[in-house]
Design a protein. Structure first.
Length: 244
């Protein structure tokens, strides 16, 4: 799971932003807190529901990968909900709270990471596109804010410099926009693999797994909204240099 990291509220104190965008940023910040709390509470709730097949998340992940012809290995890592797939290392890493668990929540998380493996190995186009813009998105996340601020003090060239920063942050927004459908697709693949393999049975277990995955998906919705608001605020600042 590749995520461009940037401060959700790092632009909150910039003068020149409209009160409407400032309020929107505050609301998104609150939504982000709610989303993270929802992920943890939903996982904890369904982590107490053992799956009927009785297998651990690690063993199921290994079986799913084997059944789909993948050589990716499964390993345990420290932390809680730090699960990820690293395509360069060829490894699905499951957190301590997931690896040895036989809960529906843990199995859903593990299968989701296997869904990402399948995306890479099947040549999923959204993954290819997102990876192609990742280097620029990382640059935008680091330097777009700085460029926009520098532009405020550069006179006639200021607008151009600020807009370079805005364009760079546009790649961050594009990255987040692509990440959302990628995550939803990985969850859909996870549910399909779990039901097809008989690892979850009945509407009840499937429903529990969906709730875990939906809670996680909401965090990506918030990330898109956050990036969109940040982009609009940077654009507003850049436009202010043109009017000076």
């Amino acid at each position: 799971m590749l995520i461009v990291s940037y401060g959700m509220f790092r632009y909150g104190s910039i003068m020149g932003s409209s009160s409407t965008l400032l309020l929107a940023a505050l609301l998104i910040m609150v939504l982000g807190i709610i989303a993270q709390a929802k992920v943890k509470s939903t996982f904890n709730k369904y982590n107490s529901y053992p799956v009927s097949c009785g297998k651990t998340a690690a063993s199921i992940a290994s079986e799913l990968l084997y059944r789909n012809g993948s050589n990716v290995r499964v390993q345990q890592i420290s932390g809680t909900l730090t699960d990820n797939y690293n395509p360069k290392a060829g490894c699905v890493s499951l957190s301590q709270s997931v690896y040895s668990s036989t809960s529906i929540a843990a199995i859903a998380v593990a299968a989701h990471e296997c869904g990402h493996v399948m995306q890479y190995e099947s040549g999923y186009n959204a993954i290819k596109l997102r990876n192609s813009i990742l280097p620029v998105a990382n640059i935008g996340a680091r330097f777009s804010f700085l460029l926009v601020i520098i532009g405020l003090f550069m006179g006639s060239l200021g607008y151009t410099v600020s807009m370079v920063g805005v364009v760079l942050f546009g790649f961050v927004l594009a990255f987040q926009l692509l990440t959302l459908p990628i995550e939803l697709n990985a969850s859909r693949r996870a549910l399909d693999m779990l039901t097809a393999g008989g690892y979850i049975s009945g509407a009840e277990e499937e429903g529990y797994a969906k709730k875990v995955l939906r809670a996680a998906a909401f965090t990506y919705v918030v990330a898109v909204l956050s990036a969109a608001i940040s982009f609009l605020r940077l654009l507003a600042i850049a436009n202010s240099t043109r009017r000076r």
